[in-house]
Design a protein. Structure first.
Length: 118
Protein backbone atom coordinates (compact mmCIF):
# COMPACT_ATOMS: atom_id res chain seq x y z
CA UNK A 1 0.00 0.00 0.00
CA UNK A 2 1.35 3.40 -0.97
CA UNK A 3 0.13 6.70 0.40
CA UNK A 4 0.82 10.15 -1.04
CA UNK A 5 -0.08 13.24 0.93
CA UNK A 6 -0.55 16.68 -0.63
CA UNK A 7 -2.16 20.06 -0.05
CA UNK A 8 0.03 21.54 2.65
CA UNK A 9 1.37 25.07 2.59
CA UNK A 10 1.86 28.32 4.44
CA UNK A 11 -1.26 30.00 5.81
CA UNK A 12 -2.04 32.74 8.29
CA UNK A 13 -3.70 31.96 11.59
CA UNK A 14 -7.44 31.65 11.09
CA UNK A 15 -7.02 30.40 7.56
CA UNK A 16 -7.91 27.07 5.97
CA UNK A 17 -6.23 24.26 4.08
CA UNK A 18 -7.46 20.97 2.65
CA UNK A 19 -5.10 18.02 2.66
CA UNK A 20 -5.43 14.97 0.42
CA UNK A 21 -4.02 11.48 0.74
CA UNK A 22 -4.16 9.21 -2.29
CA UNK A 23 -3.78 5.49 -1.75
CA UNK A 24 -2.61 2.92 -4.28
CA UNK A 25 -1.72 -0.74 -4.23
CA UNK A 26 -4.54 -1.90 -2.00
CA UNK A 27 -8.28 -2.02 -1.53
CA UNK A 28 -8.87 1.46 -0.17
CA UNK A 29 -12.52 0.93 0.66
CA UNK A 30 -11.61 -1.79 3.17
CA UNK A 31 -9.23 0.39 5.20
CA UNK A 32 -9.95 2.72 8.04
CA UNK A 33 -7.76 5.79 7.51
CA UNK A 34 -6.29 8.42 9.73
CA UNK A 35 -4.33 11.64 9.75
CA UNK A 36 -1.40 12.23 12.05
CA UNK A 37 1.03 15.09 12.46
CA UNK A 38 4.56 15.49 13.66
CA UNK A 39 6.02 18.73 14.92
CA UNK A 40 9.82 19.16 15.12
CA UNK A 41 11.27 17.10 17.94
CA UNK A 42 7.98 15.40 18.74
CA UNK A 43 6.35 12.04 18.10
CA UNK A 44 3.56 11.44 15.63
CA UNK A 45 0.30 12.77 17.06
CA UNK A 46 -3.16 11.47 16.18
CA UNK A 47 -5.35 14.08 14.48
CA UNK A 48 -8.39 12.38 12.94
CA UNK A 49 -9.62 9.03 11.68
CA UNK A 50 -12.47 7.71 9.57
CA UNK A 51 -13.93 4.23 9.25
CA UNK A 52 -13.73 2.31 5.98
CA UNK A 53 -17.32 3.23 5.17
CA UNK A 54 -16.99 6.82 6.27
CA UNK A 55 -19.81 6.42 8.78
CA UNK A 56 -17.63 6.94 11.84
CA UNK A 57 -15.10 9.69 12.50
CA UNK A 58 -12.78 10.40 15.39
CA UNK A 59 -10.88 13.56 16.30
CA UNK A 60 -8.30 14.62 18.81
CA UNK A 61 -9.53 17.19 21.29
CA UNK A 62 -7.08 19.74 19.88
CA UNK A 63 -8.74 19.78 16.45
CA UNK A 64 -12.33 18.86 17.20
CA UNK A 65 -14.70 21.42 15.73
CA UNK A 66 -12.05 22.85 13.41
CA UNK A 67 -10.95 19.90 11.27
CA UNK A 68 -13.10 17.52 9.21
CA UNK A 69 -11.96 14.19 7.84
CA UNK A 70 -13.70 12.67 4.83
CA UNK A 71 -13.07 10.08 2.16
CA UNK A 72 -13.95 9.28 -1.42
CA UNK A 73 -13.63 5.53 -1.90
CA UNK A 74 -14.13 5.87 -5.65
CA UNK A 75 -10.99 8.03 -5.78
CA UNK A 76 -9.09 6.07 -3.11
CA UNK A 77 -8.51 9.35 -1.34
CA UNK A 78 -8.93 10.63 2.21
CA UNK A 79 -9.15 14.34 2.97
CA UNK A 80 -8.58 16.62 5.92
CA UNK A 81 -10.32 19.98 5.81
CA UNK A 82 -8.60 22.27 8.29
CA UNK A 83 -10.30 25.51 9.33
CA UNK A 84 -9.48 28.15 11.93
CA UNK A 85 -5.85 27.12 11.82
CA UNK A 86 -3.58 28.02 14.71
CA UNK A 87 0.21 28.33 14.89
CA UNK A 88 0.27 25.20 17.05
CA UNK A 89 -1.15 23.24 14.11
CA UNK A 90 2.19 23.69 12.35
CA UNK A 91 3.61 20.24 11.59
CA UNK A 92 4.19 17.68 8.87
CA UNK A 93 0.90 15.89 8.28
CA UNK A 94 0.76 12.20 7.37
CA UNK A 95 -1.97 9.75 6.55
CA UNK A 96 -1.89 6.08 7.47
CA UNK A 97 -4.08 3.05 7.75
CA UNK A 98 -5.48 2.85 11.26
CA UNK A 99 -6.98 0.49 13.79
CA UNK A 100 -9.53 2.99 15.14
CA UNK A 101 -7.04 5.76 16.09
CA UNK A 102 -3.77 3.82 16.13
CA UNK A 103 -1.62 3.64 12.99
CA UNK A 104 -1.59 0.16 11.46
CA UNK A 105 1.73 0.62 9.74
CA UNK A 106 5.05 1.77 11.13
CA UNK A 107 6.01 3.03 7.69
CA UNK A 108 5.24 6.69 7.05
CA UNK A 109 5.08 8.48 3.73
CA UNK A 110 6.68 11.79 2.85
CA UNK A 111 3.93 13.81 4.49
CA UNK A 112 2.92 17.36 3.65
CA UNK A 113 4.14 20.43 5.54
CA UNK A 114 1.59 22.76 7.10
CA UNK A 115 2.89 26.04 8.47
CA UNK A 116 0.58 28.48 10.22
CA UNK A 117 1.94 31.96 10.82
CA UNK A 118 0.71 34.16 13.64
Amino acid sequence: VKLLESGGGLVQAGGSLKLSCAQSGGTFSSYAMGWFRQAPGKEHEFVAAISYSGNHTYYSDSVKGRFTISRDNAKSTVYLQMNSLKPEDTAVYYCNLVDVVVPSSSTWGQGTQVTVSS
